[in-house]
Design a protein around this ligand. Structure first.
Ligand code: AMP
Ligand code: GLY
Length: 427
């Protein structure tokens, strides 16, 4: 089996690495890939960007690709799966219509309400006046979300009327998020601990992956600006077996069934960002792809043959799939370029990556490039140092033990990845 993996982040490195381990896989092409996929066994980078749908289609045809796997949301929202299907090519991920669960927050909220899936009380507005009407009849804090894709930056928590009005005007004027902000979802602020719940869906059948937890704020103690994710661990102990069962039935299965009823058959990774409130789990957002960096610890724990499982999903055989997990915990620490998520340097040389690593440690690349035997930084999130351990505490110790071995100018990382999970472990 020959695979094409689309994307260039840590998520794509982890997925490509895992699929390359399959005996059934001869080669994994990654478009465009990064400095990690450049040197991975059985993996080859192809310089085509993730949003170049027609070029990817040609590549898949020319290279006789058996299965294409889409990493990021943008090509999914642009209809890459629809285009591949029209050409009778197998492509893992939702169609553009199904990807609206992520690409339109207004669609997702309306869907959740219609199918009675728990989520925060909300409205969607297109004018400042309408927005203020909702704001004046609800308590602060409130959450304002640009409707469209805003690369994880379209969510603002507001604490007073002046701030709410300012943010609302900014979003609706198109200055903050362009077209993505022409409609704004306003919703109540939910209190609790967040967790990521990701499942494979083939239309009808839902198979959960191991639970995980991201760390979205840049700084220790969950402070500072929101980022793409500064580290993750798996499992997320806040999701007890009882809650896991409830989430699977009332949120994940209900979503797959609701999408079928709406004529938007969902295939792919379905990711629910959840808030564990005192009255139970509620959906904060949907993503229609794997999380980054959640993928990195989750793939460290997956023992099943990922390439076969994804092919089974595309071919509608998920009802026959049972996933096998390493019972150990895994934890990944993102090493970022200082200044991220704002301004940061690129092109800095990275040292320490050539070292042999024990089996329970893996360094996944994100914003890196490899040429002439040297790695350099090319992005804000540079690497994700991931470790397995008997519990979260050990996985954390092991990951942090390895971080100082890797050096680049202005490297920045959080020192407390796993802190929420650890509280459950010691209690
Ligand atoms: P989203 O892109 O919708 O996941 O929002 C990004 C982050 O904002 C989430 O991971 C939460 O930390 C926070 N957030 C979003 N919606 C809410 C909400 N209704 N209540 C509290 N926090 C929220
Ligand atoms: N880790 C959050 C995301 O991938 O959206």
């Amino acid at each position: 089996m020959k695979i094409l993996m689309v994307g260039s982040g840590g998520r794509e490195h982890a997925l490509a690495w895992k699929m390359a381990q399959s005996d059934a896989v001869t080669q994994v092409l990654v478009a465009p890939g990064n400095g990690g996929t450049a040197v991975e066994a059985k993996v080859r980078n192809v310089p085509i960007a993730a949003n170049e749908v027609e070029s990817l289609l040609n590549l898949a045809t020319e290279e006789s690709i058996d299965l294409t796997v889409i990493g990021p949301e943008a090509p999914l929202a642009a209809g890459i799966v629809d285009r591949f299907q029209q050409n009778s090519l197998k492509c893992f991920g939702p169609t553009a219509a199904a990807a609206e669960l992520e690409s339109s927050k207004a669609f997702a909220k309306d869907f959740l309400t219609r199918h009675r899936i728990p989520t925060a009380v909300w409205t969607v507005v297109e004018t400042v006046e309408a927005g203020l009407g909702f704001i004046d009849s609800h308590h602060f804090p409130l959450v304002l979300k640009a409707d469209g894709l805003a690369a994880g930056k379209g969510v603002v928590i507001v604490h007073d009327r002046a701030g709410a009005e300012h943010t609302l005007r900014d979003m609706l004027s198109g200055q903050a998020f362009g077209q993505a902000g022409s409609r704004v979802v306003i919703e109540e602020f939910l209190e609790g601990e967040e967790a990521s719940f990701i499942a494979l869906v083939d239309g009808e059948t839902v198979v959960p992956l191991a639970t995980s937890q991201d760390h979205k704020q840049r700084d220790d103690g969950d402070r500072g600006p929101n980022t793409g994710g500064m580290g993750a661990c798996s499992p997320a102990p806040v999701v007890t077996p009882e809650l896991e069962h409830r989430i699977l039935e009332q949120i994940m299965q209900a979503t797959a069934t609701g999408m079928l009823a709406d004529g938007r058959h969902f295939t792919g990774f379905l990711y629910a960002g959840l808030m564990m409130t005192t009255v139970g789990p509620k959906v904060l957002e949907f993503n229609v792809r794997m999380g980054d960096p959640e993928t990195q610890p989750v793939m460290m724990r997956l023992k099943s043959d990922l390439a076969r499982v994804l092919l089974d999903t595309v071919e509608g055989r998920l009802d026959q799939v049972v996933l096998d997990w390493d019972q150990r915990a895994a934890l990944g620490v993102v090493m970022a370029a200082g200044g991220y998520p704002d301004r940061y340097d690129k092109g800095n040389r990275i040292d320490g990556l050539e070292r042999e690593l024990p089996d329970h440690i893996k360094v996944f690349h994100a914003g890196t490039d490899y040429s002439d035997g040297q790695w350099t930084t090319t992005g804000g999130r540079v690497l994700c140092v991931t470790a397995l351990g008997d519990n979260i505490h050990t996985a954390q110790t092991e990951a942090y033990r390895h971080v100082p071995d890797i050096e680049f100018q202005n490297a920045y990382f959080r020192k407390d990845i796993g802190h929420r999970a650890l509280k459950h472990e010691t209690n």
